[in-house]
Design a protein around this ligand. Structure first.
Ligand code: ADP
Length: 453
């Protein structure tokens, strides 16, 4: 039974408290949403508190001035609270200030009970007002559950002090009335409690739902911009090589006698541009396969040194053109890895060609590999422009390019790293980056050593 109660309390606590960051957002949201209602509720309190003054004239004519004074004090206090709602500090102290306002309003009624003696039968005027205040705090003012409970308990305790301490209801003939009043107070507390609790849980659930909808909305917006980015990037990347091919073809068609060397150069240009288009289409296909989990992998025993050499061979001519030195640092004996050789070549090609693209003429690229316990670590290091710390996590996103003015110069649409990291993840690893703007970058990852079964 006790354990059950503790479990229930824990469950309740988790439903009434989010993790700190979300809790702060909830509090801010709750404040903004409830502020107009709080002001309206305060006005209502002021009007009712003043209007009930008409009653005093009939029910307690002899002490009406005392009671009017009490009303005046409470109404003035509530008015001050109302004006305070317009101050910046109100958000911070809202719960506390409203609780104090509740205690003042409640104690005002307790004081009225005290100054209006019970009838001979023990009937106490004004006691119903306390129940109104309790309900008002739990439901109308949307005070947070814990604050509403403390406020209500303090108000009821105030009543007990007056009824027992000043009016002797506990020992006199008016005991049944005292018990009756307390029954109503306790019922109001219970009903108010349940209502307040339900309201707060509902508000939190509603907030969570809104947060989720906002998140889904953001994702959709992101997808939408991604789609537009994709279309504009791809059409730009298709247009450039296509117009180069068209210009070359037009030139070949219009000229009758072309020098053999010039013709060769133009045809070479056509081949380069066709390769660029093929590469682009392959990248898009690869990425969609990776994302759909449809890329096939053929894991086998792979010689790292040989694979690195093949990868360099594919783009060596680009390095020569830009006067960038590529060197290999691999120990004489390096155990083979368990990988998909062709996919590993794609990754190395992407990393090396990025090194070339983002390194100024005359720079260097070093490819190295070494043993790390059960793994082999492969590194591609360049002396290029580097990447800012806050951009590092983003460069693996598809279509992301730190400075897309580079695209015009270098080609590529920001898919290389997305594809490469997808491939390395399929090998059970991650690509890591160390980079310093202006000095260069190191992209590295680990692969499992090949083990004989
Ligand atoms: P792309 O090379 O087609 O732009 P990638 O996905 O390969 O696409 O790279 C994404 C971005 O990451 C690049 O546009 C560039 O801004 C940054 N980047 C990648 N590699 C390097 C590098 N070695 N040095 C500096 N920046 C790099």
């Amino acid at each position: 039974m006790f354990a059950r109660l503790i479990a229930l309390q824990k469950k309740l606590k988790t439903s009434l408290q989010f993790e700190p960051c979300l809790e702060e957002r909830f509090q801010n949201d709750h404040f903004e949403k409830s502020l107009p209602d709080v002001r309206a509720a305060l006005w209502l309190q002021i009007i009712l508190y003043a209007l009930f003054g008409i009653l005093d004239n009939w029910i307690v004519p002899e002490t009406k001035f005392v009671i009017w004074t009490i009303r005046f004090i409470v109404v003035t206090f509530t008015l001050l609270v109302f004006f305070f709602t317009y101050s910046k500090a109100f958000q911070r102290y809202m719960q506390f200030v409203l609780s104090v306002n509740g205690i003042v309003a409640g104690c005002g009624i307790v004081a009225m009970i005290m100054f209006s003696k019970p009838t001979e039968l023990g009937f106490q005027f004004y006691y119903a007002g306390l129940m109104l205040v309790i309900m008002y705090y739990y439901i109308l003012l949307r005070l947070r559950y814990a604050y509403a409970t403390i406020t209500s308990i303090i108000i009821v305790l105030g009543y007990e002090v007056v009824a027992i301490g000043f009016q002797n209801l506990l020992t006199g003939p008016q005991l049944p009335v005292f018990i009756n009043n307390n029954f109503f107070f306790i019922s109001s507390l219970i009903i108010g409690n349940i209502a307040g609790l339900t309201l707060e849980i509902y508000m939190r659930k509603d907030f969570l739902q809104r947060v989720e909808i906002e998140k889904a909305n953001e994702e959709l917006k992101k997808l939408d911009t991604l789609k537009s980015d994709f279309i504009s990037l791809v059409s730009h990347e298709l247009k450039t090589p296509l117009s180069a091919i068209r210009t070359s073809a037009e030139f070949l068609e219009s000229e009758d006698a072309i020098d053999a060397d010039v013709e060769k150069e133009i045809l070479n240009n056509v081949i380069v541009n066709v390769d660029r288009l093929t590469q682009l289409i392959n990248d898009i296909l690869d990425l969609s396969k990776i994302e759909a989990g449809r890329m096939e992998f053929h894991f086998e025993k792979v010689n790292v040194q040989e694979t690195i050499k093949v990868a360099i061979g594919n783009i060596k001519y680009l390095a020569l053109k830009d006067n960038i030195a590529i060197s290999i640092e691999i120990p004489e004996y390096l155990p083979p890895v368990f990988a998909d050789r062709n996919k590993l070549i794609i990754v190395l090609n992407n990393l090396i060609s990025n090194g070339l693209k983002f390194t100024h003429n005359g720079g260097t690229i070093i490819l190295s590999a070494k043993e790390e316990k059960d793994d082999i670590e492969i590194r591609v290091k360049d002396t290029g422009i580097g990447v800012d710390k806050d951009q590092i996590s983003k460069i693996f996103d598809k279509f992301y390019q730190v400075d897309n003015s580079f695209r015009r110069k270098t080609g590529g649409i920001g898919l290389g790293l997305a594809i490469s990291s997808g491939i390395i993840r399929a090998h059970g690893s991650e690509i890591c980056v160390e980079s310093e703007p202006g000095k260069g970058s190191i992209f590295y990852f680990r692969l499992k050593k090949f083990e004989k079964k």
